[in-house]
Each structure stands twice: as structure tokens, then as C-alpha cells.
Design a protein around this ligand. Structure first.
Ligand SMILES: Nc1ncnc2c1ncn2[C@@H]1O[C@H](COP(=O)(O)OP(=O)(O)OP(=O)(O)O)[C@@H](O)[C@H]1O
Ligand SMILES: [Zn+2]
Length: 466
């Protein structure tokens, strides 16, 4: 078996050959923590979560780095607007990202470095690039000289002639307008760090080249991010790293967007739907199914209708899992291996839609077995379904979902109606002056850890300490 994946840089699907046998190293451009995550951001995290799960299933030892960009123009602007420190804004949003990754069942990454914790590494890279003639300091900033590196723009397949490099504010002293800032001179009142070229703050591109180098070394397997990052971000990351002497990534993998009316869902365009809002209306496991099961290279046009379709498709799977579990009278463990057709689909550039079709076929076979009262076959199909859902992070019996916070919320409603029923019984006992029964009910509720309080608007309950 060989995993094959689409490499943006080769513009084709390639066999995956790891640098170190049995190991895979992945660097994913993570959040710029200027605001809480929308579902587009989490789609990126989720696509790579499914990839890393598949690598693990195939026996690879996965090292997965996803950075946090905790300093940036927009964070600084927010800090001024809200009169709060830049680091408080960054950290608040970082926590929102982490909770969104967690609530949607993304496994923790190996490490999550923050940009501002890696200024010495960035200085080292800038020094190396200046010494090799690929970068220069001017007016307190440090720029990369794009003409000094012949491989520039190979990833995005562009010509240097006619290139328009997006330029940040206050970028003075460039020798060529296409040169890009690696380090930005300090502006009054803004956060800055000391360097041999003056005080300033890191540019986004330099952060990633330096952090990938620190945690994954001079060569690693896969670099990922959304398609919007191909140019300029990834192109500039490559230029810095390779001109510095790193081999950098062997494969470049990019996820497509969540769109609204065909446009990228984006904080700045104001067309974003926050994860924290979505989970109030949709169960997180359904949201994961919706965002995680289309192919990672296909756009997802956001709509309520497609969400509802995802909800009912997932309900068919979940209903099957419940029915067979009840029939078996015990929890059926996942099969040790997924069906070959599922594995083939996943090996072929993480073909989740084709793999999911195998899940649905297996569910249909299992349902037929249930109808025919063939318990053994139904149980065997459930074991396969659980193994496949496990790879996709969608197994409803996995402890993440079975014991997660959303289940806690569900249970609150269940307990509430049970308590009301019992309290009605107690009230009925009181009305008929059967105080012994009324007190016994109260004692029983207390023993189960519930504290009941009689209020003018009726009895209330809460969990007491046991
Ligand atoms: N709508 C989207 N669909 C899929 N991936 C996205 C979407 N928006 C951002 N991403 C990806 O999420 C990761 C983190 O992005 P980052 O924090 O830099 O946000 P951004 O692209 O600036 O978002 P925004 O445009 O909302 O400000 C990147 O890999 C980016 O490509
Ligand atoms: Zn990056």
C-alpha cells in the first residue's frame, strides 16, 4: 500500500515517500488569532486532522505542528480599538480556536508554537539570509531580495515579471517593490522586539519558515494550509527557507474553502459564521460530518439545506449504530481493519467522499441483516462501520462524543424532565397528605446527588456535592 496525495508544487498526485521510513512530519499554517474561528478555519484544521488520522492508521508515527500567529496588524489594531493588550486579545482567540478544534473532535497536535516565542530563531534565519546575500536591512525593516532566489514563484507557477507583491503599510527602503518584508520596523506605541537591525516585529512569512525549521528540521514531509496561502505566504516561506539552506517541505497540500455565495468565508469580508454560534444549532458531530466529509480539495458552499442533508445522512449511520448495539446487548468494538474499498479510497489522495460511500453501503448491508434477523452479520457490519468512522473522527460511540460536553447538555434535559416527574409525584403525595411518601421521595432525590429548592415559581434542582 502507498498513500498518494496531490502536491500543489508538482501540480499532480504523487506517491507519498516519507523522509524517514515509518514517520510523517506535517506543518500546518494555523490561526492568526485576531478573532474567534469561523467554520472555514476549522475546516482547514479538520481536513488535516483526518489526514493525520489516516497516516496513523497506516502505521506512521505522526509529528504534527500547527502554529499560532499571535502578532499581526489586525491584532494590533484591535488592541488599540479595545484598549486592551495585544497578548490578551491573541490569547483569548487562541483559546476560542482550541476549544473549537476540541469540540469538533480534532486530536491534539504534537506542538503548537506561537510566533512571538520564536524571535531568536527568526533573527538567526534573517542573519543567515543577509550573509548569503538573499536579504537586506533598510530603514529598520528586513526584506527578502526576490531576484536573488531563482526558484521563486515555482509553487504558484507565476512569472517574476509583472508580479505584484502585496505590500504592507510603512514598508520603506525596498530595493525592488516585489521584495517582501521578513521583519517590520517598530512603529511608535506598537509591540516590538530587539534585533541587530533595530526594534521591530516579525512578518508572517518569516514566522512559519523559522518555526517549521525549529520543530521539523531542515527537511520535512508535508506543508499545509488553505489554498489562499499558496501566494504570497507559502511562496515566501519557501524562498526564505530554501535560500537559508533548508530543503523544506517535500509535499504541499492545500485545503479548499468554505464559501458563501462563492466567496471565501472570511472575517474581513464579514461573511463568516462562528463555530461557537454553529454549535448552538447543530450537534458538533454533525458539523464535523458536514465540514470533514467533502473532499478536502472541493469547495463547500455553506447552506442550511446542505447542513440538514448532512444531519440526516449522519442520523442514518448513527441510527444503525444504536440499533445494532441494542440488538447485540453490548458495545461492539471496532474491527481491527477497515474494509479494503475504504482503505483504497483514503490512500487515493484522502478520498473521503468515496470512503464515506463505503460506510453508507456497509450501513445498508447491516440494516438488511437486521431486517433478516441475522445478528452475527449485523454485528460484523457494525464493527466495520465503527472502524471506518474512527478514522474520520465520527464514531458516535467514541468517548469523545459519547462522554463529551454536548452529551452533558443533552443529559441535562433528560434529568430535568425526570426530576419534574418525580417532583410531581411528591406534590401529589403532599396534596393527599401522605407526608411519609413525600419525604421519602425528597430523601431519595437527595441521595442521588440532587438538591431541590422550593421557590414561589415551583421547585428547582441542581447538582449538590455528594
Ligand atoms: N473560508 C475558509 N475555508 C477554508 N479554510 C480557510 C478559510 N478561511 C481561512 N482558512 C484557513 O484557515 C487557516 C488559518 O487562517 P488565518 O487565521 O490566517 O485566517 P484568514 O485566512 O486570515 O481568515 P480571514 O480571511 O477570515 O481573516 C489558514 O490555513 C487558512 O487558509
Ligand atoms: Zn504559515
Amino acid at each position: 500500500m502507498t498513500i498518494r496525495l496531490y502536491d500543489t508544487s508538482a501540480r499532480q498526485i504523487r506517491d507519498f515517500n516519507p523522509l524517514t521510513p515509518g514517520c510523517v512530519s506535517i506543518y500546518l499554517c494555523g490561526a492568526t488569532v485576531q478573532a474567534a474561528p469561523h467554520i472555514g478555519h476549522i475546516r482547514s484544521g479538520l481536513n488535516f486532522d483526518i489526514m493525520r488520522r489516516w497516516f496513523s492508521y497506516r502505521g506512521y508515527d505522526v509529528t504534527f505542528i500547527r502554529n499560532v500567529t499571535d502578532i499581526d496588524d489586525k491584532i494590533i489594531a484591535k488592541s488599540a480599538e479595545q484598549n486592551r493588550p495585544w497578548w490578551a486579545i491573541g490569547y483569548e482567540n487562541e483559546r476560542a480556536f482550541n476549544s473549537a478544534y476540541d469540540v469538533l473532535g480534532c486530536l491534539p497536535v504534537t506542538y503548537e508554537p506561537r510566533a512571538t516565542g520564536h524571535v531568536p530563531e527568526m533573527i538567526e534565519m534573517m542573519r543567515g539570509l543577509i550573509e548569503r546575500g538573499h536579504a537586506y536591512a533598510a530603514e529598520g525593516s528586513v526584506y527578502f531580495d526576490v531576484r536573488s532566489y531563482p526558484g521563486y514563484l515555482q509553487l504558484s507557477n507565476q512569472e517574476l515579471d509583472g508580479l505584484r507583491q502585496p505590500s504592507g503599510e510603512g514598508e520603506y527602503g525596498k530595493r525592488d517593490p516585489r521584495d517582501f518584508a521578513m521583519w517590520k520596523a517598530a512603529k511608535p506605541g506598537e509591540p516590538s522586539w530587539e534585533t541587530p537591525w533595530g526594534r521591530g516585529r516579525p512578518g508572517w512569512h518569516l514566522e512559519c519558515s523559522a518555526m517549521a525549521h525549529k520543530y521539523l528540521g531542515s527537511a520535512f514531509d508535508i506543508h499545509g494550509g488553505g489554498v489562499d496561502l499558496i501566494f504570497p505566504h507559502h511562496e515566501n516561506e519557501i524562498a526564505q527557507a530554501k535560500a537559508f539552506g533548508d530543503d523544506f517541505a517535500t509535499y504541499w497540500t492545500h485545503n479548499a474553502w468554505v464559501t458563501m455565495s462563492g466567496e471565501k468565508m472570511s472575517k474581513s469580508l464579514g461573511n463568516s459564521v462562528l463555530v461557537s454560534e454553529m454549535v448552538k444549532h447543530w450537534r458538533p458531530i454533525v458539523l464535523r460530518y458536514y465540514l470533514g466529509t467533502p473532499h478536502y480539495r472541493s469547495m463547500i458552499e455553506y447552506s442550511e439545506e446542505s447542513l440538514r442533508e448532512a444531519e440526516s445522512a449522519f442520523a442514518r449511520i448513527e441510527g444503525f449504530v444504536q440499533r445494532v448495539t441494542e440488538k447485540a446487548g453490548k458495545v461492539v468494538p471496532p474491527a481491527p481493519e477497515v474494509p479494503p474499498a475504504f482503505a483504497e479510497a483514503m490512500d487515493d489522495d484522502f478520498g473521503v467522499p468515496q470512503a464515506l460511500a463505503v460506510v453508507h453501503t456497509t450501513v445498508r448491508q447491516g440494516n438488511s441483516a437486521l431486517t433478516a434477523d441475522d445478528k452475527e452479520s449485523a454485528v460484523a457490519r457494525l464493527a466495520e462501520v465503527r472502524a471506518m468512522l474512527g478514522v474520520l473522527g465520527l464514531d458516535p460511540l467514541d468517548e469523545h462524543w459519547a462522554g463529551g460536553p454536548d452529551r452533558g447538555e443533552d443529559l441535562h434535559g433528560v434529568v430535568d424532565s425526570l426530576v419534574r416527574l418525580v417532583l410531581e409525584q411528591r406534590q401529589a403525595a403532599r396534596t393527599r397528605k401522605d407526608y411519609a411518601t413525600a419525604d421519602a421521595i425528597r430523601d431519595q432525590l437527595q441521595q442521588s446527588g440532587l438538591v431541590i429548592e422550593d421557590t414561589p415559581s415551583g421547585p428547582r434542582w441542581e447538582l449538590g456535592s455528594r
